[in-house]
Design a protein. Structure first.
Length: 111
């Protein structure tokens, strides 16, 4: 997957950062690409987002994130459709975040 300079600049602007990481992660049996503020751990008052399955944290990110997926026919990143959002928010495969005061809340996914 190749990302153009313009694409990276857009991610930097949306996430309010200068460095991004783009790991692929499983949620249930589906692969999603997370565009993560790599500087999030260095900033104060950042939210911690976790991929949780069956009550266990499988992965955790700190700071702002964008969730997307790869269209394997083109190699391009594409937005999530409603079936992806419904799948991610399913009671067994979901993302939650921990606020700075320790309260767990579900991540609101918009597209």
């Amino acid at each position: 997957m190749q990302i153009s300079k313009k694409g990276l600049d857009t991610y930097y602007k949306i996430l309010n950062c200068r460095i991004v990481e783009m790991p692929d992660r499983l949620i249930g049996d589906r692969v999603y690409t997370f565009i993560v503020d790599e500087e999030g751990k260095l900033k104060d008052n950042q939210l911690s987002a976790a991929i949780v399955k069956d009550g266990d944290i499988e992965d955790e990110f700190v700071g702002n994130i964008i969730i997307t997926k790869v269209d394997y026919s083109t190699g391009e990143l594409v937005e999530l459709d409603q079936s992806d959002i419904d799948y991610i928010l399913n009671d067994k495969n979901y993302i939650e975040y921990l606020t700075t005061d320790g309260v767990r809340k579900y991540l609101t996914v918009t597209y």
